[in-house]
Every structure is written in C-alpha cells, then in structure tokens.
Write a protein that binds this ligand. Structure first.
Ligand code: ATP
Ligand code: MG
Length: 590
C-alpha cells in the first residue's frame, strides 16, 4: 500500500502521519453481525450495544472475543494511547502474560493479591500466575538492566492482556476477567524526579482522553495499602459508573468519594438539653424504622457498627443519615485491614444484644468507640441501648456515652463543604479508565532494585506506575455516547469515519461505479470509509449504520446521481442534507 506522503504534491500534514492510507472497505467483504434483540443478560447500554453491534462475543464469564468490528475500535484507542505515551517519552516493551510464582513471593503478593490472581501449575509442578499487573516483572527487569543513575529516569510501558479473577465480572468488557491494559512503570533516583514524570504522565493522560473525545475528570484517589504518595484516577463521567466522585463547584478540587475528606463541623457541640431515657422499640432495628417509630430525623440518630479490629471488636459510630466509608475506616490504627463486620455471635457475646439494638452507651470498656466527626457533634441523640427491643433517646456524649476518639469515617454527601475550603461538593458517577500512582520504593525495595548514584553508593530506585484500561475505554465511551438508535462514536474512536450507503435496487452500473469511486477517493484522502454494498433495504441498512455509530453517512442513489448531489447525514443530526462532493470533502477534511 503506497503511502500518501510518497506521492508528489501531497499536503505537508501527511508527511507526519505514521498511519498508512486506510484500506477502502466494503461491508460485503467484512463480517458485520448485528442483532436486533436487546440481549437479556446485558444490564447497561454499552454492554447491550457491544453485543447488538457484534463488537464482542462472550466465550466464558468475563472473557470475550473482539470481532473484526470491535477490534477496529479497540485498535483506535490503542493507537492513541501508544502515540501519546511515545510522545511523553515512555518506551514500549512487551512482557509475558505468564509470570513465575517465585517473583510474586519476593514481594509477598502471591498471597496478598488474593483470589483475583489466576494461579497456574505447569507439568513440572512449577507455580505461575496469569499477569493481573506487572510491577514484579518490570522491577525484576529493571534490577537486571539498570545499573547507574545515568540510565534514570526511565519509563517503560506495554499494551498487554491482563487477567484478574474478578469476584463479579459484569457489564461485558467494562469489568471483565481478561482485558487489555496499558501499563507503564517509571524508575527514578529520587522523589523529585518521580514527581516530574508523574506530571508528564498526568498531562499525557489528559491528552489521551481529550483526543478520544470523552468527558472525563482527573480525581484524587486513595493510595490503598501502599499509602502515602500521590495518586489520581481518570474517570469518564457516566451515570452507570461504579465509582462515586466528588467535586467542588468553586475550585478544581475533585476526588474519588473513597478519598474525599468530610470536614469537621465548625463550632462547639450543643450542650445536652434532654433527659436520657430508655424507650421500647420492640421490632425497630434499622435507622429508618427507629426514626419513623420515634418521630425523630435519621440525622438525630447514631448508628453503631461493630467491626473486627486488630485487638478485638471496635465500635464505629455515624450519624443515621450518613454512610460508612470503608476505605477511611480501614486506615484506622485500631483496624488496619479491610472492614469485616463482627459476627452475630460476637456481637451478642460482647453486648448482650443483637445487631439493630447496639449503641455507644454502656459498651464494655475494652471496645474502642470511634465516632465520626458529624456524629460527635450531636446532642440529645437516639441510639441502641445494647438490649434487644430498646433504644435510648436524649443521649449525650461524655455524659451518657463514652467516646474514645473522633475521626472522619463517612462518605461525603452532596452539599458538604469542599475540603480545600472553597465551595460546595457535588457528586457524580464515573468509570475509572486510568490510574496514575507514585509508588515510591515498595517494589524496588522488595526486589532490591538498586542503581549506583552520583557518589558511587547503591541506592534503591523510586517508582511510579500508570495504568489505562484500553478495553474498558471502549465500553466507557459507548456509555457516554449513545442514543436510542445505537452508538454515537466520537470521531477518533469510530470503526470508520464515513459510511457510503448504496441504494441501487435496479443494479444500475453507474450507481455502483459512483459509490466505488467515492470510496476510493475518500480513502486516498486518508478518510477511513466503508461502503455498504450488502444490497439491504434502505431502512435495514440505515439502522445498522446508525447502530454501529458511524459519524458520517452518505447515500448514493440513482436519483441523487441525476441531481448531482450527495445525501449526507451526521450521526448527531436528525435530518439529511444535500451536499456537493466538494462540500463533503471540505467538511470531512476539517
Ligand atoms: P477497579 O477499581 O475498576 O477494579 P483497579 O483500581 O483495580 O480498577 P488498576 O489496577 O488501577 O485498576 O488498573 C488500571 C486500569 O485497568 C484501571 O484504571 C481500569 O481502567 C482497568 N481495569 C482494571 N480492572 C479491570 C477489569 N476487571 N476490566 C476491565 N478493565 C479493568
Ligand atoms: Mg485503580
């Protein structure tokens, strides 16, 4: 295939294009397999549309084949990711999908990664796993390859299949078990160098999602077990998103709700005003039931959760209308692991009552009572009495109920003050499509990845890691860009930019010839075009082209040829227009 830049007189811009001229495609020669019915087990629009367009086919739970149509879109995303990573100075390599157990034991993650890790045994009884990520392998590579500070900083990336045995694979490729990820890992002598590359990656991600035509936000993210260092998630905004994000209306503060701080209420706690009383709540256990029964707002009740801590049960108290933030709670020194609710038996043994009647007043002295900032501000509140069928009213901290410590334990809600002190928080839903993370020395220390520094001393390298869910992006884009008729691809992700539909029931040779000539002309101008020459009825053909989301549609018919114009319709418009060929070319070039 000759490249456009080889030809004399080609516009200068093509000289910089690395992509070959697109192959003119005829649908009669392609495998398009759309279906009309909405698949029964697909809950969200993107999953339904990926199945209806035939972009993906399920092989097993969370494992999909990408059809020729789906692959065209996936490759578009991959190409943009690759271009921007290269532009940002990252260097591509390719690591294996099958990784040896010993390496994972060196970092302690063979056990810690948990059941998400797909473990494999070979014929010699050697243990392996299918890569869920590649910190171990890249750090092993770096400890062998990098010897001197002069080789730093360096940022390696790959675009490679990953496997995570997700507990609940769902929504098709959105949360799959096998998926395509771009993962990059940078190596540095110090934290300042890491921070600089982190910013370069942050900017590259911003360019990638902008070029893809997606509405997204970069949000502060929790750094999880690794702790301490900076991390941002790139979230595509969509109502079906699994993540909740909070952002300020008066500043650029944005964070995953997992991470967003709920500020302490200002001013002192009101003084006690009511007498402390035990009241019968025979069957009322939930906050809703108790508050309705006693005629008290949920915000005037305290709910108490008993969870397993490092040294026995810990009580967590929240206002009745607030929700526990498990990520924040797991970081408490009394807990220090995932949140696990105490068992029914343990609750009964510790308090003498069943869940639903537990409260902070009168708990055994060895149970720490950790109270959320807002719950700690309450006076005269309702809470469980640690006796079945009973609650207290008019409860007050210190006077009636012991309070070990105040902490930020809840999820922020719409209308909370932004933690940066500027404006009010609003909530939105997002799909995490990228994640940048300052790892620090955790992996380099575990695998002893060191280089010689300027003074000749050995120094452990500092690392960053940067992931993009390449296959998830395809689903996320559909979630954001669709209507009743199907997908509305952003231009950069469309399988083809233009579809030429031929209406030629009488098989007039000139009509087919004109369609073929337009196809070749558009392709020669670098415009990816598909010709629908399947001979379908117009209604069927248009429905397919709309379903698969082609941004520009041109109809060629005997009548149009006679008039000397082309019938054009944009996927985002509801009416067709008649265009002269030059007008069409000018529009597609722009
Ligand atoms: P999530 O919170 O969605 O489980 P994660 O935090 O585990 O994601 P990372 O380890 O940061 O994900 O992986 C990098 C990127 O890979 C994510 O930002 C996401 O876009 C993508 N990704 C992660 N898990 C899956 C999955 N099961 N299916 C598809 N893409 C995924
Ligand atoms: Mg993540």
């Amino acid at each position: 295939m000759p490249r456009r830049r080889m030809r004399g007189g080609a516009p200068l811009q093509w000289a910089f294009r690395s992509m070959p001229e697109p192959t003119p495609m005829r649908l009669s020669q392609f495998h398009l397999a759309t279906v009309k019915e909405v698949p029964a087990d697909a809950e969200i629009a993107s999953h339904q549309l990926m199945l209806r367009t035939g972009m993906i086919r399920k092989l097993a739970a969370g494992i999909y084949t990408w059809s020729p149509l789906g692959l065209r879109v996936l490759r578009k995303v991959e190409a943009i990711v690759r271009e921007e990573m290269d532009r940002a100075g990252a260097i591509e390599l390719l690591m294996p999908c099958v990784q040896p157990k010993e390496l994972w034991e060196e970092t302690g993650r063979w056990e810690k990664f948990g059941p998400q890790l797909l473990k494999i045994v070979d014929r010699k009884e050697q243990g392996y796993c299918y890569a869920p990520t590649a910190e171990e392998v890249i750090t092993d590579y770096a400890r062998n390859e990098l010897k001197s500070y002069k080789q730093l900083p360096v940022n390696f990336y790959q675009i490679q299949t990953k496997f995570r045995d997700e507990i609940r694979p769902r929504f098709g490729v959105m949360r799959a078990r096998e998926f395509l990820m771009k993962d990059a890992y940078s190596f540095h002598l110090d934290a300042a160098s890491l921070a600089a590359t982190y910013q370069v990656m942050y900017d590259a991600y911003t360019r990638i999602f902008t070029r893809l035509g997606l509405t997204f936000r970069a949000v502060q993210a929790d750094t999880g077990a690794i702790g301490g260092n900076a991390s941002h998630e790139f979230q595509v905004l969509a109502d079906s998103g699994e993540d909740a994000i909070a952002f300020s209306d008066a500043s650029d503060y944005a964070a995953n709700v997992e991470k967003a701080e709920a500020l302490a209420p200002t001013g002192p706690r009101p003084a006690p005003g009511a007498a402390w009383q035990k009241v019968a709540t025979p069957t009322q256990k939930t906050i809703e039931e108790v508050s309705a029964f006693l005629g008290v707002a949920p915000a005037q009740c305290v709910k108490t959760l008993l969870v397993e801590g490092r040294h026995g049960i810990v009580a967590l108290c929240l206002r009745g209308d607030h929700v526990l933030n498990e990520v924040k709670a797991a970081k408490l020194e009394e807990i220090g692991t995932d949140i696990v609710l105490a068992s029914e038996e343990a609750i009964l043994a510790a308090t003498g009552a069943h869940a639903g009647f537990i409260g902070p007043a009168g708990l055994p002295a060895d149970i720490p009572v950790i109270v959320d900032r807002d719950a700690a501000q309450l006076a005269d509140f309702v809470c469980g009495a640690n006796a079945d069928g009973l609650h207290y009213t008019g409860t007050n901290w210190e006077r009636d109920a012991r309070l070990t410590r105040i902490a930020d334990l809840r999820n922020v809600v719409e209308g909370d003050a932004a933690p940066d002190g500027k404006g009010t928080l609003h909530l939105a839903r997002g799909i995490e499509v990228g994640h940048v993370f300052q790892l620090g020395t955790k992996y380099a220390e575990a695998l002893e990845a060191k280089v010689v520094d300027e003074s000749g001393a050995l120094k452990t390298m500092t690392m960053g890691c940067y992931g993009i869910g390449v296959s998830r992006i395809v689903a996320a884009a559909i979630e954001q860009c669709h209507d009743q008729a199907g997908i509305r691809w952003p231009e950069a992700m469309a399988p083809w930019r233009v579809a030429i539909c031929v209406i030629n029931p009488k098989h007039v040779a000139e009509v087919d010839a004109a369609a073929g000539a337009l196809l070749d002309e558009l392709a020669s101008r670098g415009i990816e075009t598909v010709l629908d020459d399947r001979g379908l009825r117009p209604g069927q053909m248009f429905a397919d082209i709309e379903l698969i989301g082609i941004p520009h549609r041109v109809v060629i018919s005997e009548r149009g040829l006679a008039a000397g114009t082309l019938e054009y319709r944009a996927r985002t418009e509801s009416e067709s227009r008649q265009l002269a060929k030059d007008e069409l070319l000018a529009m597609l070039a722009g």
